[in-house]
Design a protein around this ligand. Sequence first.
Ligand SMILES: [Fe+2]
Length: 203
Amino acid sequence: MSLAIHLLTRFDPHTGTIPGVGESVRRLSDLRGYFVDEAAYSAALSQADPILYATSGVEPAAGAGDLHYALARLMPGRIGREYYMTKGHYHAWRPAAEVYVGLSGSGAMLLEDEAGEACRLVPLEANSVVYVPGYTAHRTINTGATPLIYLGIYPAAAGHDYGAIATRNFRKVVVEIDGRPTLLDRLAYRAALGQGAGAHRHA
Ligand SMILES: [Fe+2]
């Protein structure tokens, strides 16, 4: 491998930005259908369409064995009781794992295996690293009051598969109850809101 590739990146762990690297931005309107509380989503979107998260990807090389990484900034907030979150994805190359390094703020990662049999909520915050195994859907959630800044490092060949999550979403949701993040079954939360069991997200 040549050393003529991009070897060094300096980033700001407080703003979640990389000078000179463009951001990919997701706004509230980009996550239509992802949050459970449909009335709260519509009410929020009628007021504003804020940025929920932004990522700055660095792709130094794309050969076998190479790595890519992305700095991300996930804003604080909620739709109804559900915290701001990323869309979540599998890797297109399912065996690909990923490491998430928490830099600032406090949040969590929702991990779900592809069979939907195992689901874990793992804290993501400064001075912590979360290992995301292959074959695992992963979503980041900001449960704090400040932006959650983190770095994800993954195989260059991993790719992103958003389709499965866009179709059926995760089986669990993270909502604020009595001031604390609480993991609930999606269907139970839907029922509690009187929205019934159907109507998974339309792709
Ligand atoms: Fe990933």
